[in-house]
Design a binder for this molecule. Structure first.
Ligand code: SF4
Length: 193
C-alpha cells in the first residue's frame, strides 16, 4: 500500500503498534539498564566515585576552555597564544571557543570601555560555572595608559571577579601561558614540570 494511503488512526495500526511494543518490552525484561557514563553529569560522577573531588579538580584544571574574545591591541598577543609555536594544548588549554556556553575562562585582553561593560557581563553570565577571569595586560588590570580617560574602566576587577593578573603592555603570549598555569594551580590540579 502506498504510504499516503496508510491510516495511522485505524484499529489495525494500533494493534500492530501494541504488539511491537510488547515484543520490545519482553526482549528487554531481565536486562539491567546502566546509566550511560558518557552523558553522566560531573556532579553525579563526583557522588559515585571515591577521591572524586581530586578527580574533578584535576579534570577541570586540565581542560581549560577559553572564550574567543578580544577587546584591543592585547588581543593580538592572545591570537599568537593560539599558534603552533606556543602549542597551548599540551598543558590542557584547549581550543578557543566562539560561544560562551562552551567556555570556562574569559581572558580580558585590552581596555574596557564603559559602553562594553554590559556586553562583557552578558558573556560572563552565559559561561559555564565554575568560571574564571584573567586580566591580561595593563589596560585590563588598571586602565593602563587610559587611567584618566572619561570612558575607560580602571580595571576589569571593577566589573568581574579576577583570578589572575598579567602585567605588561602588551604582555607576551608566554605570559598568558604562565597565567593559565597559575590558574590551573588555583583550580586545584597538579602542574607538571
Ligand atoms: S595594555 Fe598596552 S597593548 Fe594591551 S590593550 Fe592596553 S595599550 Fe594595548
Amino acid at each position: 500500500m502506498p504510504e499516503e494511503n496508510v491510516d495511522y488512526s485505524s484499529e489495525e495500526f494500533a494493534n500492530a503498534k501494541r504488539e511491537m511494543d510488547s515484543l520490545v518490552y519482553e526482549s528487554l525484561k531481565g536486562r539491567e539498564m546502566k546509566p550511560n557514563a558518557l552523558f553522566a553529569r560531573m556532579a553525579d560522577l563526583a557522588k559515585a566515585m571515591p577521591l572524586s573531588k581530586d578527580i574533578v579538580k584535576w579534570s577541570r584544571s586540565n581542560s581549560v576552555w577559553p572564550l574567543q574574545f578580544g577587546l584591543a591591541c592585547c588581543a593580538i598577543e592572545l591570537m599568537d597564544f593560539g599558534s603552533a609555536r606556543i602549542d597551548a594544548e599540551r598543558k590542557g588549554f584547549l581550543l578557543f571557543r566562539s560561544t560562551p556556553r562552551q567556555c570556562d575562562v574569559m581572558v580580558i585582553a585590552g581596555w574596557v570601555t564603559k559602553s562594553m561593560v554590559p556586553e562583557i557581563k552578558r558573556l560572563y553570565e552565559q559561561m559555564l560555572s565554575p568560571k574564571y577571569v584573567i586580566a591580561f595586560g595593563e589596560c585590563a588590570t588598571c586602565g593602563g595608559p587610559w587611567w584618566e580617560s572619561y570612558n575607560i574602566v580602571k580595571g576589569i576587577d571593577e566589573v568581574l571577579p579576577v583570578d589572575v593578573y598579567v602585567a605588561g603592555c602588551p604582555p607576551r603570549p608566554e605570559n598568558l601561558f604562565g597565567a593559565l598555569m597559575k590558574l590551573q594551580k588555583k583550580i586545584g590540579g597538579v602542574v607538571e614540570g
